[in-house]
Design a protein around this ligand. Structure first.
Ligand SMILES: NC(=O)c1ccc[n+]([C@@H]2O[C@H](COP(=O)([O-])OP(=O)(O)OC[C@H]3O[C@@H](n4cnc5c(N)ncnc54)[C@H](OP(=O)(O)O)[C@@H]3O)[C@@H](O)[C@H]2O)c1
Length: 308
């Protein structure tokens, strides 16, 4: 059993990773005040203060540190590039260095969107990134500073969906929430991605640490699809009306941050180094639906402060 410190424990990945992982490992989350009654130990702290991080690392002495904190909203990053750089580039570098100094294994989350999406076919870890916006640029810069500060770190480029504390952090929730109340929504036909159920991602990240991997990995779903197709898959699984989803181009969406059209990432390196198959998309969607039937979304929301 390892002791795992998870920063950003209130986020979509953080909360699900903590709940998934606490079955087999000791989990300690770091949060700035949202989590009140989570079933794992939570430390309230401002991770932007280096002194706080140093004292947390020294008192908890984790074996692994997984950094899920970021400014992960593309539009907000365009609005506030300084905050984006602080959280998504500078902080990961400092955390990576603090872990290297103490021989704590560090896992950093990056994104598929560091690619500009102009390539035909899939991207491998060897392909040259070309970030199209502030979010993706700060994420790529984050990869570089982490790699420099801590060459033993794992850097995982991800894309995932699941249930979140705020109920609207993931694309899966977006489709379920809107279609459930009969609302029409758009689904982008010209954005290809590889969505992975957050619980599958959580298990893979822990396996990567257990196997002592290091370096850069694509850790996304096994099946590329466009966002419209993803919406249809979610609608079918949840018995919701597919006709409420209109196929649309992302170019006419009015979103400020530029989106890449092709984010199909190869997971060959990860599956080879883990020595196993990456779970199928349909298995992940089944899991997402089973959680819904079992009241998991309400359960995780009950962990937060009433006014959070
Ligand atoms: N979601 C995806 O599909 C996706 C795709 C590619 C990459 N990623 C990457 O995966 C990681 C996790 O993403 P996510 O979707 O789980 O993000 P998220 O739900 O937005 O969670 C972000 C976390 O960061 C914390 N945070 C934000 N500002 C902070 C600050 N100033 N000080 C301390 N903590 C702060 C948040 O805390 P509060 O709750 O207190 O705000 C939250 O716990 C990120 O590195 C993201 O870039 C995500």
């Amino acid at each position: 059993m390892a002791r795992i410190l998870i920063a950003g424990a209130s986020g979509l990945l953080g909360i699900n990773l903590a709940l998934e992982t606490m079955r087999e490992h000791e989990v300690v989350g770091v949060d700035r005040g949202k989590l009140q009654t989570a079933p794992f130990r939570v430390i309230k702290a401002d991770i932007l203060k280096t002194t706080e991080i140093d004292s947390i690392l020294d008192s908890i002495q984790p074996d692994w540190f997984i950094n899920c904190a970021a400014l992960a909203n593309l539009e907000k990053c365009e609005e506030d590039p300084i905050q984006a750089k602080m959280l998504t580039t500078d902080l990961p570098g400092e955390l990576a260095a603090a872990c290297a100094k103490r021989s704590i294994r560090f896992l950093h989350l990056s994104t598929d969107s560091i690619f500009d999406g102009t390539k035909e076919g899939f991207y491998t870890e060897e392909d040259e990134p070309n970030p199209p916006g502030i979010y993706s640029q700060t994420k790529l810069d984050g990869e570089k500073v982490v790699q420099q500060a801590n060459p033993q770190a794992i850097i995982a480029r991800v894309n995932f969906y699941g249930w979140s504390l705020g109920a609207k952090r993931s694309l899966g929730e977006f489709f379920v929430n809107n279609l459930s109340v009969g609302k029409n929504v758009n689904g982008f036909t010209d954005v290809i991605f590889c969505p992975m159920w957050v619980n599958h991602l959580s298990r893979l990240l822990v396996k990567m640490l257990e196997k002592d991997l290091h370096g850069l990995y694509h850790a996304v779903g096994a099946q590329p699809m466009n966002k419209y197709q993803f919406g249809l898959e979610v609608a079918r699984k949840f018995g919701l009306r597919e006709s409420l989803i209109a196929p649309q181009s992302v170019e006419s969406s009015g979103l400020t941050a530029k989106r890449s059209h092709n984010l199909w990432l190869s997971i060959h390196k990860l599956s080879t180094d883990l020595g196993g198959e990456i779970p199928a998309f349909s298995t992940g969607l089944d899991g997402f639906y089973t959680q819904f039937q079992q009241g998991y979304p309400q359960k995780i929301r009950s962990y937060q402060q009433p006014d959070a």
